[in-house]
Design a protein around this ligand. Structure first.
Ligand code: ZN
Length: 248
């Protein structure tokens, strides 16, 4: 089975369309690691797609804020403005979809998906010590996580040594492959489709081939200016508009 793994789409339909165009014909089923909405200008279009096309999705902190499970009091000012704006835009069916999204981890075949971390859906895993704590409690050899918006992740070899996974894109290539080895544990982030924060403005995602035991990390350009124009038309905070230009 070939899985399209998406995370942190954040209501960015332009980015989602670019991802789907690049991934067309390369996957059998799609999964999402949460944060379907928040920040971006098209929550209903993105949730409409999610409802019809995702085999499974875990909830993210922005999904909880948008449907009222969380009051967004822990958010930055701009994030809270966007969350409340999103809540006002969402159709009743789309609000209900976000409300019923499960908390991770959710098990798929022999791997699992989470939003932030295995123990806490809202926890950021951004350092090697964060990752070590996660790798020690993983119930499976492969976990996909989101939330940090950084593509890559971590692996632990048979001897317990930790390595960072940083996809290297050779010139002109949109994808970078990682062969998964038996006995090693992987904690991998496909990157953010809709608001990358690793200084690369392109939409991130990955495709996992569970038979070939291979993960392909992808980066594809999308029409950033079109998303920014829509955000300005919607009156979303300028800081959220500008950060898409820098991938941060
Ligand atoms: Zn996010």
């Amino acid at each position: 089975m070939r899985w399209l793994i998406l995370g942190d789409i954040h209501s960015n339909i332009e980015a989602l369309r670019a991802v789907l165009a690049a991934a067309a014909g390369r996957y059998d089923e799609a999964l999402c690691l949460g944060d379907v909405v928040g920040y971006g200008p098209d929550p209903n279009l993105v949730v409409d797609w999610a409802r019809q096309n995702l085999r499974a999705c875990v909830r993210g902190n922005h999904d909880k804020a948008a449907c009222g499970i969380d009051d967004a009091s822990g958010f930055t000012y701009e994030s809270r403005v966007a969350a409340l704006w999103t809540r006002a835009q969402l159709s009743p069916n789309n609000l209900e979809y976000l409300e019923q999204l499960p908390q991770g981890p959710v098990y798929i075949e022999s791997f699992q998906i989470v939003h932030g971390s295995v123990r806490d859906e809202d926890r950021y895993v951004v350092t090697q010590s964060d990752a070590l704590e996660e790798l020690r409690v993983l119930g499976t050899h492969l976990t996909f996580f989101g939330h940090s918006h950084h593509q890559g992740g971590y692996m632990e070899d048979e001897k317990g040594y930790l390595q960072e996974v940083k996809p290297t894109f050779f010139r002109g290539c949109a994808s970078a492959g990682l062969e998964l080895l038996c006995g090693e544990k992987y904690f991998l982030n496909p990157g953010s489709a809709g608001q990358p924060r690793d200084r690369d403005t392109r939409a991130g995602f990955c495709i996992y081939d569970s038979v070939g035991r291979r993960v392909e990390f992808w980066r594809v350009p999308y029409d950033v200016a079109a998303t920014q124009q829509r955000m300005m038309e919607c009156g979303l905070p300028d800081a959220l508009v500008q950060r898409l230009s820098f991938g941060y």
